[in-house]
Design a protein around this ligand. Structure first.
Ligand code: NAI
Ligand code: MG
Length: 344
């Protein structure tokens, strides 16, 4: 039996995790959950540490972890959130951030041109290096003469392995997105690794776009893309754009993966949304779709498809939260998906 670690987290994290766990339950996977309810901002405020060595010891043996969201206005944004998300990504070496986006219903698209609405693509984002590597520093901090530096780190191994993953999940094509014309050293490293990856996967169609052009293309015709592979920061930004094209942050799911060890961390793309926490209106679909990714990861693509079918049906009926134009609360929207699952 597989053990799934669960970190509900803060704000709307626990609110969306509850219906996601109900869906997980309904799938009848051969799995049990280990819920780490204390990994949150309260624990951090009380002890200065939210994720302890003992917690990591519980998470490390699990093939999958489900995370709601972390973040708390009392703590500001950097140290606390990094102490959980970055620690997990680095400890488990989750070097792929896999973000599929699919338009669940025509009415959710912001695009004017109907023939271009049906986005169905995947952003594969490098997840352990780049601008978010934490390498850098500042001098004369806080003065008018401050100089701050954050290093955009790329390693040959880091780039090669994420490119290989992108090719492995391609259905029709892989598009490399970078800014090799302006970011010279890292850009050339990515380009060299890209040519080598193309040679290793000669049967997959490929293309290349600079990130600014990619943003424009995505905003006008996202149907042109299958898999987009890019670095940590560009992937962060472009995946919010693709989320918006598919109905918004409330339906965007993600998987942080290490394809070598087979470990994964599954989470909605959104954060703890303090502005709506406690209101009971958070959209649970991103967390539920993260459970679909988790099921797929555990070898149950059939169950993942069942979940996606149920989500599509609930959206088609308008049984959704206010962010998608409905009037249901989190619990009711979760129950609507469960009802569709039972019907299927
Ligand atoms: P956010 O994603 O929490 O919220 C952005 C906007 O989207 C807000 O207006 C929020 O109400 C709305 N929203 C988010 N999820 C929603 C849902 N499921 N249903 C309906 N509306 C939803 O991003 P924000 O406000 O920048 O960050 C809040 C906190 O979360 C910060 O502390 C941040 O560091 C943290 N954060 C954590 C992440 C994680 O746990 N993976 C990811 C992003 C942010
Ligand atoms: Mg982001």
């Amino acid at each position: 039996m597989t053990t799934i670690a669960v970190i509900p987290g803060d704000g709307i994290g626990p609110e969306v995790t509850a219906p996601a766990l109900d869906v997980l339950d309904a799938l009848g996977l051969d799995a049990r959950t280990d819920v780490l309810g204390h990994v949150n901002a309260d624990t951090y405020l009380r002890t200065g540490q939210a994720l302890s060595e003992a917690d990591l010891d519980r998470i490390r043996p699990c093939r999958a972890t489900l995370l709601g969201a972390v973040g708390d206005p009392r703590l500001g944004d950097t140290a606390y959130v990094r102490s959980i998300l970055t620690t997990l990504r680095l400890e488990l070496d989750l070097y792929v951030n896999y973000r599929p986006v699919k338009l669940w219903h025509d009415r959710l698209s912001p695009l004017r041109e109907p023939s271009r609405r049906a986005v169905d693509c995947v952003i594969v984002r490098e997840n352990t290096e780049g601008l978010y590597s934490g390498v850098g520093g500042s001098t004369r901090t806080g003065t008018d003469h401050e100089i701050a530096m954050d290093v955009d780190l790329s390693t040959h191994q880091g780039v090669a392995r994420v490119l290989d993953f992108a090719f492995s999940v391609a259905r029709t094509s892989v598009c490399l997105v970078d800014k090799a014309n302006a970011v010279r050293n890292g850009g050339q490293l990515w380009q060299r690794c890209w040519r080598a990856a193309q040679d290793r996967h000669p049967h997959v169609a490929t293309s290349h776009l600079y990130v600014d052009a990619a943003a424009m293309r995505l905003a006008t015709d996202p149907t042109a893309f299958d898999v987009i592979v890019t670095n940590n920061s560009y992937g962060d930004i472009l995946s919010d754009l693709t989320a918006a094209l598919a109905g918004g942050i409330g339906v965007a799911a993600s998987a942080n993966l290490n394809p070598t060890t087979g470990q994964g961390l599954f989470e909605p793309v959104h954060g703890s949304a303090p502005d709506i926490a406690g209101a009971g209106t958070a959209n649970p679909l991103a967390a539920i779709l993260s459970v679909a990714l988790l099921a797929e990861h555990l070898g149950r693509a059939d169950q993942a498809e069942r979940v996606r079918g149920a989500v599509a049906a609930a959206v088609a009926r308008g049984h959704v939260t206010p962010d998608l134009g409905g009037s249901l609360g989190t619990k009711e929207a979760g129950a609507a998906v469960l009802a569709e699952l039972a019907r299927a």
